[in-house]
Design a binder for this molecule. Structure first.
Ligand SMILES: *Cc1c(COP(=O)(O)O)cnc(C)c1O
Length: 372
């Protein structure tokens, strides 16, 4: 048996929609991008949505549009995909890390205020693995110190906190659609916000700094080519129409894992806060300290179960260590979590037999790889 870590869920509807674009004369900057953006303003009730060619591009534009630059600091989490910190570096600002909560795996709101100083310009929480961060506390701190809030919602489309959707708490939020995310466009991202000026800046900068009213060769500011093409947007429109179906399928897979893993000693299943409705991005377990994770990963991989240590802390990545003189011990919770996590195969159409096979082998691996 071979079970991949992730697998996109593309139906005939997506294929037909992309084909239709290919048969049209409009492959970029066309009606599908507008339609895809409208699906986000409708889902979230925010005023603006700006489609871009990746989640990373979206984060970069939002940082720029908020005027964050050299000498500024942005407080964020070290337990994330590296793009959530790199986007700060792109503008020569400094990512200031704050350790995480060991259950939610999100930035620990109780530690944020100690990291605020006169250079701090924004808070950039990440909704890790589709579990919303503690946005009420984060917003309170931001208001108290006059900081912007940027939500990295790249892993959290459709998640809710106290009934309110992820992506509606910050001055802006960013979603991503790489093929392992809940919905995909191949490559793609979406920035959402309410402020007209920030939206206009993002639209201009994704399109080479052009202004909406100016001519094609009229460039008002430094811009980029961060546009989302029409094939990707068409794929996204169909995936958005299927969002609730997709989220339900993923919740079903997570439930099966939770049930089957409950009795395995030394394995901790994902911890979900009461006020949270998850949008399942990945299924990440944690192994007890006495279990040799490397050996477990190897055991599973040998039996065709693809699995990964998800995530390695950002501050321990080689160039972050060098740039900011980070070292082991800086963020102990993040590091302990980072050493213990294993992402198991997780996708919409993962079958019951496959889940059972993964769990059976994990059970054997854990028993075999107990080192103390
Ligand atoms: C996927 C992801 C991104 C970036 O998305 P890309 O589309 O791959 O650029 C950013 N932040 C987090 C937390 C992510 O998981």
């Amino acid at each position: 048996m071979h079970i991949p870590l992730s697998s996109p869920d593309i139906t005939d509807h997506e294929i037909a929609a992309v084909n239709q674009v290919l048969q049209s004369s409009s492959l970029a900057l066309g009606p599908k991008m507008d339609e895809f953006e409208a699906a986000f303003t409708a889902l979230l009730g925010r005023k603006h949505a700006v489609a871009v060619n990746s989640g990373t591009s979206g984060l970069h534009l939002l940082i720029r549009a908020l005027g964050i630059g050299e000498g500024d600091e942005v407080i964020t989490t070290p337990f994330s995909f590296i793009a959530s910190a790199n986007c700060i570096l792109y503008e020569r600002a400094r990512p200031v890390f704050v350790d995480i909560d060991s259950d939610t795996l999100n930035i620990d709101p109780g530690l944020i205020e100690a990291a605020v100083n006169p250079r701090t310009k924004a808070l950039l929480p990440v909704h890790a693995f589709g579990h919303p961060a503690e946005m009420e506390q984060i917003r309170t701190i931001a208001h108290r110190h006059g900081l912007a809030v940027i939500e990295d919602a790249c892993e959290a489309i459709g998640a809710r906190l106290q009934g309110r959707p992820a992506g509606t708490f910050g001055d802006g939020a960013v979603f991503a659609f790489y093929p392992n995310k809940q919905i995909t466009t191949g490559e793609g991202g979406m920035i959402v916000m309410d402020d007209d000026g920030i939206a206009a800046l993002c639209r201009s900068m994704r399109n080479q700094g052009r202004s909406e009213e100016g001519g094609w060769l009229d460039h008002r500011r430094l811009g980029y080519n961060y546009r989302l093409d029409e094939m990707s947007a068409a794929l996204g429109v169909v995936q958005m129409a299927r969002l609730q179906e997709i989220l339900a399928k993923r919740a079903r897979v997570a439930e099966m894992y939770n049930l089957l893993l409950a009795d395995i000693d030394g394995v901790k299943v994902p911890q979900i806060s009461d006020s949270v409705e998850m949008s399942w991005f990945v299924y990440v377990i944690r192994l007890d300290r006495r279990i040799d994770r490397g050996a477990v990963l190897e055991y599973l991989q040998k039996r065709g179960v693809q699995c990964k240590p998800y995530f390695t802390p950002i501050h321990l990545q080689p160039f972050y260590r060098e740039l900011f003189e980070h070292a082991e011990g800086d963020f102990p919770v993040t590091e302990a979590v980072g050493r213990s996590v294993v992402a198991l195969p997780f996708f919409n159409n993962l079958k019951k037999e496959q889940i059972e096979y993964v769990v059976e082998n994990l059970d054997k691996a854990v028993k075999k790889c107990r080192c103390g």
